[in-house]
Unconditional design. Structure first.
Length: 120
């Protein structure tokens, strides 16, 4: 079984990078869970609108601007992921510090590029 990725800020809109990321993660046979403001499915992945206590989340990939991330700090920490990916536009030094203090790795990177270059 592959490690689970949470796409935080998932969108049903096919032109959004979070949507593309879900599709590419599924194509690469990664286990994916997703949270967004609108419920629906992307390539068989349910976008939840409630913060669920997902288990064994390895990676959280962020598609939320820094000002919207603050509301999710405690939630992300509660999942105890191994890493958090800050996609372009989501960079957040305040959250980097919190993650460091909680021994959670983070990367300022693009999930799509990591997948395309087999570095995910």
């Amino acid at each position: 079984m592959t490690k689970t990725t949470l796409v935080l800020g998932a969108s049903l809109k096919t032109n959004r990078y979070s949507n593309i990321a879900i599709n590419r993660l599924v194509q690469a046979n990664h286990s994916v869970v997703a949270f967004g403001l609108t419920e629906g499915k992307v390539n068989g992945v349910q976008i939840d609108t409630e913060l669920l206590p997902y288990e064994d989340v390895d990676t959280v990939t962020l598609y939320l601007s820094p000002k919207h991330q603050k509301a999710y700090y405690d939630y992300i920490l509660s999942l105890n992921p191994k890493r958090v990916i800050f996609n372009p536009g989501t960079e957040n030094p305040e959250f980097y510090k919190i993650l460091r203090e909680n021994n959670i790795q983070f990367e300022v990177a693009c999930t799509l590029v990591l997948l395309a270059t087999e570095q995910y």
